[in-house]
Design a protein around this ligand. Structure first.
Ligand SMILES: [Zn+2]
Length: 67
């Protein structure tokens, strides 16, 4: 079932950025998501790295997921 409000792992509340980066890195058409912490665990990288990626995509202005 689609869930845009909470992380499917830990039930943390999701921000727009959490959803956007999950779509960017995992699955464009996803309808359930991980928070940044759980996504980092799944991808084997840190939360800081993901936050930097979010900032990068936002500043580049080229990705339609980050507006
Ligand atoms: Zn989570």
């Amino acid at each position: 079932m689609a869930n845009y409000k909470t992380c499917k792992e830990c039930d943390a509340g999701l921000l727009d950025d959490d959803i956007a980066i999950y779509r960017k890195l995992v699955h464009r058409g996803a309808d359930e998501f991980l928070c940044i912490d759980c996504l980092g665990k799944q991808l084997g990288c840190t939360r800081e790295k993901i936050e930097r990626l979010i900032q990068y995509y936002r500043e580049s202005g080229q990705c339609t997921l980050f507006r």
